[in-house]
Ligand binder design. Sequence first.
Ligand code: AMP
Length: 458
Amino acid sequence: MHFKELNIMPSILKALESENYTEPTPIQEQAIPPILEGRDLLGCAQTGTGKTAAFAVPTLQLLSQDEAARTGPRHIRALVLTPTRELALQIYESFCAYGKHTGLRSCVIFGGVSQMHQVEKIKNGVDILVATPGRLNDLVNQRLVDLQHIKIFILDEADRMLDMGFIYDVKRIILKIPYNRQTLLFSATMPSEIANMVKSLLKEPVKIAITPISSPVDIIDQSLYFVDKENKPKLLLEILKDKSFESVLVFTRTKHGADRVVKELVANKINAQAIHGNKSQNARQLALSNFKSKITRVMVATDIAARGIDIDELSLVVNFDLPEVPETYVHRIGRTGRAGHGGTAIAFCNFGEKELLVQIEKLISRHITVVEDNPYPLLNTAPVVKSSGGRNSGGRNNAPRNTGWHNPSEMSASGKPSSRRFPDTKKAQPKRKEKVAEWGRKGSSGSNKRNPNSRSGV
Ligand code: AMP
């Protein structure tokens, strides 16, 4: 099928051609016709399926064909709400690209930066507003944004809005937009709160469910290194010696962890930048554009900051820390397999993360291939002894954590961990039997007594 067969107007077709879009993706093919007919729509689809164009193209067309709006002042007639600043920017850029010959004006607003330029642009008149919920509520409360003329309301990544705690902001905004409107709601999953919202928001919607083009799990080359926590940076440096990994996205669990990895890489002359919530919006945008234009080879990110980032040709995703939520693993590796292309994903797993690995492998229904040729094999296999309770009793899930300093032989005379940051693997080798034996006593299965780098007996 060609876009022409979807009755798309020539000015938008021309823009799609210059984007090199020849055929619509399945969600575009199914969503564009009913949206053009003015129907409400519920789309179960993830980023990567082409859903932005699926709602942006018909929205641009409907607004262009709105005769009543040709005279008089420009009003915001379409509102897109999306959870993250990065997604908001990408959606805005898509509206600009697909609508460049329509004469319609788009604007994007999000928090973390001054509102001045955003307000100025809105005052000059815009047709389409792309916003994150917090900043939009702020500006509405200051009476700087008027939502009275909204004709098309698009709620993007509704489930993420819920995850990120924005759902009340969203509900407040909905109360301020006209009841008579067209509503398009997109969500990758349908938790009960979103299902209830769908019932109250959408009128006889067309329902479209699109599974990802191919599941990332099937097409991405996944491998796994068992490695001690303190050796992960060294292992990453070793992997990055392969220059065919031109654009690498590394996931860490924490913001500080991301900063530490970047420091280590930069000290080893690898161009790396971090992207996470502690960075200013300008720093995040700069990091992203440097990465997209390949000035930066490695971007180190936390999950929230990386959500929705759309980067083509990502050669490698590294799970430096395994995620605590198994589904996150699939989202992370999916970054390297956009639009159905294969990619490479590598995961690091230390002793304390073995339980997380079990959950991930259960979810994806397969074992991830363990790399045997590993310069930093897992040595430290002793779980931390848990205290009986209280504040320091083991974190959120109480999974055994490998601090790297559990074994008393690695303590200094003062009883504090020695200052050696990366234990020398070779020197540490003779201690392996002791540690494995200790792990065995704590109740692991027989096979792991022989090989701490095995996944069984976790
Ligand atoms: P999205 O799911 O909207 O984030 O889109 C994912 C990627 O697919 C983006 O890089 C889009 O530019 C690209 N894309 C969307 N629609 C098409 C299409 N019809 N043909 C080729 N690429 C597309």
